[in-house]
Design a protein around this ligand. Structure first.
Ligand SMILES: Cc1cc2nc3c(=O)[nH]c(=O)nc-3n(C[C@H](O)[C@H](O)[C@H](O)COP(=O)(O)OP(=O)(O)OC[C@H]3O[C@@H](n4cnc5c(N)ncnc54)[C@H](O)[C@@H]3O)c2cc1C
Length: 382
């Protein structure tokens, strides 16, 4: 085979591509396989912060910036204290993850990293990749590029955006409790939307505070800043602070059938593969879980993405998204119901697609039924 042919190629070295690469790297089955990573960016910026939860110790513990076993949820009028144990809510900065992955992969002679932009991928045997600076082929291609169809929007699928802006702040005196984080605070909202703030204290004088919306449209840039400033004034009552870093992002929340854009041995991964939980926007742990599944599938000779998405949880997510899309004003009440009627451990397991049908029903029947019935009808008639 030529030097541009590989056993496996990964297009995009983000959360999904790198987790897949690391999973392949740590399994001796792939030690002799040639693996190409194509990434257009240098991956040297701290372009996001990942939060996720897991029970006890985990794969990324040495890289974490902080973690919490306790937190708070604030609805419009009440609050609840959360004891997450045995879970911990963990925070990882992307730059630490990228640096770790680069070090690990550089030490593996069967991995090749090319800075190139993938222009197209053509399924076949082998799968062919056209890059900006070269052409490649591979037996399998795992592709993080979001399919064009997602952006066309003239279809029946629901598209919400999780959009947010956050400030890393330092205060001159002790204002935070680093042992507790705020999961969601609905006391301050942007108009009648599903919008909230979360607070991740890193020390008594340092925190990441983010204002977040689950809604169809982005705000003007200054409006996120206005809401953050109001949160400091009206809720935290902190007037003196320095903003040391900002974070801003948009995550698609959708029931778009990303999986249909995987074909043969050209498989979409990450956001492009539908790995972002549509109703929550979380995906870092899904990337870890799905990377492991793909590795096991490849070893067993099964279709690479078999069992990666759960139709049952996709169905729930799709209903929840539809309710939020039609009645964005209801979001704060729905989350209040979820947090006040269920143990946090059950909620986290549910959001992890890790509950039984009986447990799901207990959570789902706690919600007001009418908006969900309307969405159910809509789903089958759309
Ligand atoms: C600011 C922000 C914060 C987030 N916070 C959380 C969180 O707290 N918890 C959580 O679970 N999820 C979070 N998410 C959602 C999700 O986990 C991330 O978006 C995650 O990075 C998705 O992984 P991915 O591999 O699909 O995409 P990315 O991590 O974006 O990786 C895609 C990679 O592909 C590369 N690429 C794209 N096109 C090409 C091309 N044509 N050729 C070559 N390379 C290409 C990009 O440069 C990038 O490196 C967050 C997202 C954002 C944007």
């Amino acid at each position: 085979m030529s030097s541009t042919h590989f056993d496996i190629a990964i297009a995009g070295a983000g959360a999904a591509g790198l987790q897949l690469a690391l999973a392949l790297r740590s399994d001796p089955f792939f030690a002799e396989k040639s693996i190409l990573i194509l990434e257009k960016d240098s991956k040297e910026a701290n372009d996001r912060t990942w939060c996720f939860w897991e029970k006890g110790e985990g794969r990324w513990d040495d890289l974490l910036r902080h973690s919490w076993a306790f937190g708070d949820f604030f609805s419009k009028t009440k609050s609840i204290k959360l004891d997450l144990q045995p879970y911990r809510y963990k925070m990882l900065q992307a730059i630490d993850f990228y640096a770790f992955a680069k070090r690990e992969l550089a030490a593996a002679p069967n991995f090749i990293w090319r800075n190139d932009e993938v222009l197209s991928v053509e399924n076949g045997s082998p799968v062919r990749i056209a890059g900006q600076s070269g052409s490649y082929s591979a037996d399998y291609v795992f592709d993080s590029r979001i399919p064009e169809g997602f952006f066309q929007k003239n279809d029946k699928y629901t598209r919400l955006l999780q959009h947010f802006k956050g400030w890393y702040v330092l205060t001159p005196d002790d204002r935070f409790d680093p042992a507790r984080f705020t999961m969601m605070d609905y006391r301050l909202r942007w108009q009648d939307t599903t919008s909230f703030t979360y607070v991740l204290p890193l020390s008594r004088r340092e925190a990441l505070v983010e204002f977040t919306l689950f809604s169809p449209e982005l705000l003007a840039d200054g409006e996120y800043d206005t809401m953050l400033r109001r949160y400091f004034d009206e809720i935290l009552k902190i007037s003196e602070f320095e903003i040391v870093e900002e974070e801003q992002g948009v995550i698609p929340m959708s029931d778009f059938p990303f999986e249909k854009y995987s074909e043969g041995r050209h498989i979409r991964i990450g956001t492009a593969g539908g790995w972002v939980k549509p109703s929550s926007g979380y995906s870092f742990k899904n990337c870890e879980r799905n990377a492991r599944r793909i590795v096991e599938n490849l070893k067993a000779g099964r279709p690479a993405n078999e069992g990666v998405l759960s139709p049952r949880f996709r169905f729930y997510d799709s209903l929840f998204l539809d309710v939020l899309y039609r009645r964005n004003d209801l979001g704060p009440d729905l989350f209040e119901t979820m947090y006040f009627k269920n143990d946090i451990q059950k909620i986290l397991a549910f959001l992890d697609d890790d509950t039984s049908i009986g447990e799901d029903l207990r959570i789902i029947t706690g919600f007001p039924q009418l908006p969900f019935l309307r969405s159910l009808v809509n789903r089958f008639t759309r």
